[in-house]
Write a protein of this length. Structure first.
Length: 300
């Protein structure tokens, strides 16, 4: 009996979701450890020595105290974490999982920096449909036009996206996801939550990741070829996120008084910066694994 495309898609969905959980976990946790916080801590970043390691700088930012003379600043710096004991347990479990994944992505680690950049560029280009959709949903017409031009240029002159030719033409990359869109619409981030495998998050961004997953065309690939492409894409995403940011993560761990609190602070601050489309937030130009679906993230 001939198998329909719908049936193949249905059978492949559990595998796709499984890949999404693993890769989304690595992306979110590592993104949280390399993004820049919002206005409440920008001054701390500027005062950090240029010679300090990335981990020392990140730890300094994560542990900066709010201005007690500014109630609004203090309120913004507070991170609601009503399930902290449970979150810490899940955080430790996820950290173990990420460590076990390191040998799997070892081939990425031996690539020259230039080749790693090519991989990251390619993955970012693949995430264009989700970025463009959320640009439009947020009413960011100018950014949507930039996203469209970047995709056209990098998919052709940029060798399918391996080279960021558009950036050299003044079209800088950025990321958008549905969690940011909800934030732009006024939805608050809510209580901090560490999800098994997915890592740092909150209710708003959890919904956002689900929407991003199903709105990415790669999610609907079916058949042997589609599944093979999805597997390759998933592996490339995991390698890029874990292999590209592992050193910063480890440096942050060594420099932090409380590694969990540092990650929590950086995740919340970077997501707030991403919602505000802060141009100096490194998370705005990082590959968005959750958009690759792909699948499939702190985030910026």
């Amino acid at each position: 009996m001939t198998t329909t495309k719908a049936a193949r898609t249905h059978r492949s969905l559990p595998k796709v979701l499984g890949r999404t959980m693993v890769i989304g976990a690595a992306s979110l946790m590592l993104a949280a450890c390399v993004t820049t916080p919002d206005d409440g801590t920008v001054d701390a970043a500027a005062s950090t020595s240029a010679d300090a390691s990335p981990g020392v700088q990140l730890a300094s930012l994560a542990q900066s105290a709010p201005d007690i003379d500014n109630p609004d600043s203090a309120e913004d710096a507070l991170v609601p974490d009503p399930m902290e004991d449970w979150n810490r347990f899940v955080f430790d479990l996820n950290t173990l999982i990420y460590t076990l994944l390191q040998p799997v992505i070892a081939p990425y680690g031996v690539l020259p920096d230039e080749r790693k950049e090519n991989v990251d560029n390619f993955l970012h280009n693949l995430s264009t449909p989700v970025i463009l959709l959320n640009d439009v949903l947020q009413g960011e017409v100018d950014r949507a036009w930039v996203t469209t031009q970047r995709f056209a240029i990098n998919s052709t002159a940029g060798g399918l996206g391996f080279f960021d030719t558009a950036a050299g033409m003044g079209l800088s990359p950025h990321t958008e996801d549905f969690g940011q869109t909800l934030g732009a619409w006024g939805v608050g981030d809510g209580p901090y939550t560490v999800f098994p495998l997915f890592g740092p998050g909150n209710p708003r961004d959890g919904v956002g990741r689900a929407v991003d997953m199903v709105t990415n065309p790669l999610f609907w690939l079916a058949g042997p070829t589609g599944e093979r492409m999805a597997n390759i894409h998933t592996y490339a995403n995991a390698s890029s996120q874990l292999g590209g940011r592992g050193k910063s993560l480890e440096s942050l761990r060594e420099s932090s008084i409380d590694f969990y609190a540092a990650v929590r602070s950086l995740y919340v601050q970077s997501r707030r910066a991403a919602v505000a489309n802060m141009e100096d937030n490194p998370g705005a130009t990082a590959p968005a694994i959750s958009n690759a679906v792909q699948e499939d993230v702190p985030g910026s």
